[in-house]
Design a protein around this ligand. Structure first.
Ligand code: HEC
Length: 110
């Protein structure tokens, strides 16, 4: 398994960036389950309950997660512009947790 070491280092460096450093992914998952799971698929597998809601593990394919973090901090939900849009208010700590979780589950486009 020697050959997987460089890859692990790349991952470690990616998620050691400030945006992902502070949060606790386990708490982030709880936040997502409580607030977002009614519509979005929040796990590593599974489909969204509401088919229009993108699964969370694909969000980074649409835009940088850092942009999402910023919108969450400003109380704006990116992409939630229709009548179905719920508004959320999160503390900076909750946002860090959520971002840590989202960062951990992203899958690359195939
Ligand atoms: C009541 C259903 C519902 C809930 C609850 C919900 N969403 Fe959404 N969300 C949607 C729908 C529907 C879309 C797609 C909107 C569109 O494409 O116009 C969406 C889109 C998004 C997008 C943008 C996707 C894009 O590419 O533009 C993000 C990011 C997002 N949701 C995050 C969240 C987060 C974080 C939570 C929980 C804190 C959450 N959503 C809770 C219904 C929901």
């Amino acid at each position: 398994m020697k050959s997987s070491l460089p890859l692990l280092l790349v991952f470690a460096m990616t998620f050691a960036s400030p945006a992902f450093a502070k949060g606790n992914p386990a708490r982030g998952l709880k936040i997502a389950q409580r607030n977002c799971a009614p519509c979005h698929a929040v796990g590593r597998t599974g489909e969204s309950v509401n088919p229009k809601s993108p699964p969370f593990r694909t969000l980074a394919q649409r835009y940088p997660l850092g942009d999402l973090e910023e919108s969450l901090g400003e109380g704006i939900m990116v992409g939630h512009e229709g009548p179905e849009m719920p508004t959320f208010e999160f503390s900076p700590a909750q946002i860090a947790d959520l971002m840590a979780y989202l960062g951990a589950i992203q899958v690359k486009k195939r």
